[in-house]
Design a protein around this ligand. Structure first.
Ligand code: GLN
Length: 476
């Protein structure tokens, strides 16, 4: 097996055992990037020189007998909406094409303590708005498992980089499914932690009450390691929780005995691909065989989740994106006066989907419609949250498809935003409720496209998710 195809925990053992060097490993990943980027397009930028320098520094530490973190010396990709000091952070938007953050996001600062090797910034839907990475302002990303298909989105670059062995692991962000859905489409593991578990400081805001950063990895063990490195309270993010962070690797126990797993009937709705349904139900059967109790449950307000999400997220986005006015950040297009300059800048540099959401958001927030749309959506959000509270009285985890289909063809949905929004039916309820979720591969369609299922947990109970995911993974 080539080095770039291995997991972080396997590579860590090789590094500390002095079987390989970080430069050797980083070079293997950069070579893979050279070979495949032309057909995959997972990255917006590649930080080749910094990566090699950082790898040399780790090798020196190892040679000097110093210890390194579990992610130390291991190449990773960072979604391009996470601020990296001195490295362009574009959000795949032309409006931020030249933006070099003067500071690191908290997750990056925390990771730097472990000295991972950042090989590049991953492509995404512009400002994380989308589910296919086709909304990138720069280029589309192809699914490494089927080049004519999307990698999912919005963290499609992160998932494609990991699945295509162009990075060992990656960070993504999930506002309505953007870590879990691409992980499922590309056949890798992706976790959205509980809202507040990971600091959002330095994550460029899309919808602040929903956004959360999380790991995209090749297996569940790596997911636990990355979560260990990024979780925890941060004074710079007032929504981050003060709850203590456990050692997530302790949850990697192959045992689901005594666990009650709920199957929400609303998530197996009409329009779902039969092969996906079969694979997800067979994952449930595997759990049953392993000693878990399976229970059909109801989350009755699921049908309203998409409508609520597509009012709340655009409303927050419209507000958050007001800051791109050609004054303080990014690219400016001049005009005859300041208003004309702002108009020119925003007209020319925001893509169509971003503009659509700014319009929907401002409409929903406008004086005459606020009560009818935005306020109503917030009430629905509470109902959805209560559905989960009720369900978790009877079950420990909820098992559902991550997405209703496997990866669709590039171009298939770009002209039909509504159809694209409906793809998020299984993922957005968690964000509305602030709950954690993990997507794990569970087989393939007859045309060899990866299928993923999702485990949903109680708030701050990432440990049960990891335990259940790990147990399933051991069976494969
Ligand atoms: N597909 C959803 C959207 O377009 C989710 C995006 C995300 O999680 N960032 O908003």
């Amino acid at each position: 097996m080539n080095l770039n195809e291995m997991t972080a925990h396997e590579l860590h053992d090789l590094l500390v055992g002095k079987k390989i060097s970080s430069v050797e490993l980083t070079t293997a990943v950069l070579d893979q990037i050279d070979r495949t980027e032309g057909s995959i397009g997972a990255y917006v930028s590649i930080t080749r020189d910094q990566a090699i320098d950082a790898a040399r520094a780790v090798d020196k530490k190892l040679a000097d007998g110093e210890s390194i973190g579990v992610l130390g010396g291991i190449p990773c990709a960072i979604k391009d909406n996470i601020c990296t000091k001195g490295i362009t952070t574009t959000c795949a938007s032309k409006i931020l094409e030249n933006f070099v953050p003067p500071y690191d996001a908290t997750v990056i600062a925390k990771l730097r303590a472990e000295e991972p090797i950042i090989v590049g910034k991953a492509n995404m839907d512009e400002f994380a708005m989308g589910g296919s990475t086709e909304n990138s302002g720069f280029h589309v990303t192809h699914n490494p498992r089927a080049l004519d298909r999307v990698p999912g989105g919005s963290s499609g670059g992160s998932a494609a980089a990991v699945a295509g062995n162009e990075a060992i692991w990656a960070l993504g962000s999930d506002t309505g499914g953007s870590i879990r859905q691409p992980a499922s489409f590309c056949g890798v593991v992706g976790m959205k932690p509980t809202y507040g578990r990971v600091s959002r400081y330095g994550l460029v805001a899309y919808a602040s009450s929903l956004d959360q950063i999380g790991p995209i990895t090749k297996d569940v063990t790596d997911c636990a390691h990355v979560l260990n490195a990024i979780a925890g309270h941060d004074d710079m993010d007032s929504t981050s929780t003060a709850a203590p962070v456990p050692d997530y690797t302790k949850a990697l126990v192959s045992d689901v005995g005594g666990l009650t797993i709920g199957l929400p009937k609303e998530y197996f709705a009409e329009g779902m691909d039969v092969e996906v349904e079969r694979a997800v139900r067979s994952a449930a059967a595997t759990y049953e065989k392993l000693g878990a109790k399976i229970k059909t449950i109801s989350l009755p307000h699921t049908d309203y989740a998409i409508s609520a999400y597509y009012l709340i997220a655009p409303a927050e986005a419209a507000t958050n994106l007001e800051r791109y006015d050609g004054v303080s950040y990014g690219v400016r297009i001049d005009g005859v006066d300041v208003v004309d300059m702002m108009k020119n800048t925003r007209t020319a540099l925001f893509g169509a989907e971003v503009k659509r959401r700014i319009m929907i958001g401002n409409y929903a927030l406008s004086a005459g419609y606020y009560d009818a749309y935005y306020l109503k959506a917030l009430k629905v959000r509470t109902l959805i949250r209560n559905d989960f509270v009720e369900a978790f009285k009877d079950v420990d985890v909820i098992l559902a498809p991550t997405a209703p289909t496997a990866a669709f063809k590039l171009g298939e949905m770009v002209d039909d935003p509504l159809k694209m929004y409906l793809q998020d039916v299984c993922t957005v309820p968690l964000n509305l409720a602030g709950l954690p979720g993990i997507s794990i591969p569970c087989g393939e369609t007859s045309t060899s496209l990866p299928i993923g299922f999702q485990l949903i947990g109680r708030a701050l109970d990432e440990e049960t998710l990891l335990r259940a995911a790990f147990t399933y993974e051991q069976q494969r």
